[in-house]
Design a protein around this ligand. Structure first.
Ligand code: HEM
Ligand SMILES: *[C@@H]1O[C@H](CO)[C@@H](O)[C@H](O)[C@H]1NC(C)=O
Ligand SMILES: *[C@@H]1O[C@H](CO)[C@@H](O)[C@H](O)[C@H]1NC(C)=O
Length: 317
């Protein structure tokens, strides 16, 4: 009897919990919300197409640490280092885009729209402006009240496919969804420090990674060479670096992946067929990418009365 009650409880609670996010959650409380986000993203995108990559990367980091709760946006204080302060600290950017959206939305509907929804909507719009799919996203996320540097535990660029697969499975993703989401590397940049070993001394062999096209090795050596100052960057997708399309997969199939994990996707027996399929199915990739992004946006969300609606995305209320 006890078992039956527990079972029924699960059946009834589960749809309730998932149903808290709705397409058009702000229809009546802030009908302008989605158009305000879109306007800011559009004008920022016109000035700088790289914001698509910035927002995609921010959304991924937000959702994989404590769920999509905008914990990535919190500024550190003297006593408490937030997620943002993790090293290397040069990966996530674009916080000022979220600030601008939030400022405009607060002016229209104070304390109503969460920063977590703003990241999700802004990413959706930026993907579309960069040539990617157009899709609906459910809203109703609430903002988290914890952001801790020592909780940052993301997969690294030198992970194998099976190591990355474990990290994605822990968040509820299949291997196919992971390969699809890594298609996010169709835009944006990587600092040389993240792949330097691949072009010089791969696995202490004294030689470059044999799975990289030698002409790409030569090109990257120039960009990342000793004469460059700071930590230079290169495009993750060397073919169409600021368009959301399936060319990333053709690049890795041609041994032209920048990050080791990207290249591994094309080499590993478990994922190679998925990569090959996406290279010849532009529409299939678009649809899968939209679906996978929607799913990423639902990871570990706070809804109902959980968390808060921040007034300023960088600080807890
Ligand atoms: C195994 C999983 C992943 C690993 C190891 C990984 C690793 C990295 C690394 C090392 C960079 C370079 C950062 C820099 O130098 O500034 C990067 C950039 C980026 N990543 Fe990932 N990533 C992963 C998954 C994802 C996912 C799921 C998405 C989104 C769907 C994503 C979107 C991006 C974007 C758009 C950039 C470019 C950022 C920019 O231009 O500022 N990544 N990633
Ligand atoms: C909000 O409006 C849109 C467009 O009319 C509709 O598709 C959606 O279901 C509405 N959502 C809610 C929660 O009312
Ligand atoms: C990154 O962190 C270092 C110290 O850990 C700091 O000196 C540097 O200014 C930071 N860079 C950025 C872009 O915030």
């Amino acid at each position: 009897m006890k078992k039956i009650t527990a079972f029924l409880g699960l059946v009834f609670l589960l749809p309730l919990a998932l149903g808290d996010l709705k397409v058009g959650f702000y229809n009546s409380t802030c009908p302008q919300a989605e158009s305000i986000v879109q306007q800011v993203v559009q004008s920022r995108f016109q000035a700088d197409r790289s914001i698509t990559a910035a927002l995609l990367c921010m959304h991924f980091h937000d959702c994989f640490i404590r769920g999509c709760d905008a914990s990535i946006l919190i500024d550190s204080t003297d006593s408490i280092p937030s997620e943002k302060s993790t090293g290397p600290n040069l990966t996530v950017r674009g916080f000022e885009i979220i600030d601008e959206v939030k400022k405009n939305i607060e002016a229209a509907c104070p304390s109503t729209v969460s920063c977590a929804d703003i990241i999700t909507l802004a990413t959706r719009d930026a993907v579309f402006f960069a040539g990617g799919p157009s899709y609906d996203v459910a809203t109703g996320r609430r903002d988290g009240i914890v952001s801790a540097r020592d909780e940052v535990n993301l997969p690294g660029p030198t992970f194998s496919v099976s190591q990355a697969q474990q990290a994605f499975a822990a968040k509820g993703f299949t291997l196919t969804e992971m390969v699809t989401l890594l298609g996010g590397h169709t835009v944006g940049i990587a600092h040389c420090g993240f792949f330097q070993d691949r072009i010089s001394n791969f696995r202490d062999s004294g030689a470059p990674d044999p799975s990289m096209d030698p002409s790409l090795v030569a090109k990257l050596k120039v960009t990342c060479g000793a004469s460059s100052s700071g930590d230079p960057t290169v495009s993750l997708d060397q073919s169409t670096p600021s368009i959301v399309d399936n060319k990333f997969y053709s690049e890795i199939l041609a041994k032209r992946g920048i990050l080791q994990i990207d290249q591994e996707l094309a080499v590993d027996k478990s994922s190679a067929a998925i990569v090959t399929k996406f290279t010849s199915d532009a529409n299939g990739f678009r649809q899968s990418f939209a679906k996978a992004l929607v799913k990423m946006g639902n990871v570990g969300v706070l809804t109902g009365n959980a968390g808060e609606i921040r007034k300023n995305c960088r600080v807890f209320n």
